[in-house]
Design a protein around this ligand. Sequence first.
Ligand SMILES: *Cc1c(COP(=O)(O)O)cnc(C)c1O
Length: 356
Amino acid sequence: MSVDISTKITVKKASTSKISEVDFDNLPFGQVTTDHMFVCDYKDGKWQQPQVVPYQNISLDPSAKIFHYGQSIFEGMKAYKDNEDQIWLFRPLDNQKRINISAKRLSMPEFPEDYFMEGLKTLLKVESNWIPKTPGSSMYIRPFVLATGNGFHASPADEYKFVIACSPSGAYFGGEVKVLIEQNYSRSANGGVGFAKAGGNYAGQFYPTQLAKAKGYQQVIWTDDNTHEYIEEAGAMNVFVRIGDTLLTCPTSDRILDGITRKSIIAIAEEEGIPVEIRKISVKELVEASNNGTLKEMFGAGTAAVVSPIAGFGFQDKDYDLPTIENSYAVRFKKRITDIQYNRAEDPFGWRYQVK
Ligand SMILES: *Cc1c(COP(=O)(O)O)cnc(C)c1O
């Protein structure tokens, strides 16, 4: 798509600010929203004037396709403030590319790269005071696209809205996570939309996750839809396993989201000389490794928590506890990544991106 780069983003400032009502020392995750949002509408076959406007409700016709056919995609990213009040993003172009991969799969129009990056930067500069500085906190950023076009006919909408909303957030504490290896339900299937950050993927996860919670687990480990023999993701995170000192994760596919945290962990592990294997991981192998004491760690990886250590897993009515170990990979990768994100350490990978 050709874009007129001279298109200036219009900024309409809110007349009042909610910021004085916010307790920045006790921020929840993803609950507080800021004063402004970025919006850009798609109609007549093209993206219209991009704008930063006061944070507000979105009003839609009841026949809008989003309500019926679920054309909805999103991204999750964060902005970080360092000690000098400089603002940083982490690999933002990967999010920009990925939202368009999702868009294509859901028959939605792609959003131009410079609109995405300029929109994001303009919004973050307007909301700069909202980016929290308390340790572990950050500005969670939610870009999303929804089908606003009308009509009950089951076909792609002709109008869409691209939005970026922000939420100053405290550290994401999942607590001790016990997971259930899912043997009935599937998150995604061959040829499906599992690789896309499509809204419906998450709606479909809630019920099996509730069932797991009722059994005393906090999260589900998704297995392949065909055999349920191979692990694929941990809830809405990619999954890693440490057997002996080898780090294992399964290859991405059309069933698995290609996580930015996942690929960052793989790059760090390789740089640090940790043996990495990207291959299918069977539940049988996990059970055997647990029984013979070589299963040292399991953790989820994603933007919100960075890494989320798993304390144990349930499989076929049996629980397998993971040991508490020193020199955990989970802790090590989390520190490496967050030190880069908050500009506390060198970034040999070129992942950090300054907003200025
Ligand atoms: C977003 C997401 C991830 C993690 O991706 P990141 O880019 O690391 O945040 C993993 N799995 C699923 C299903 C996701 O939606």
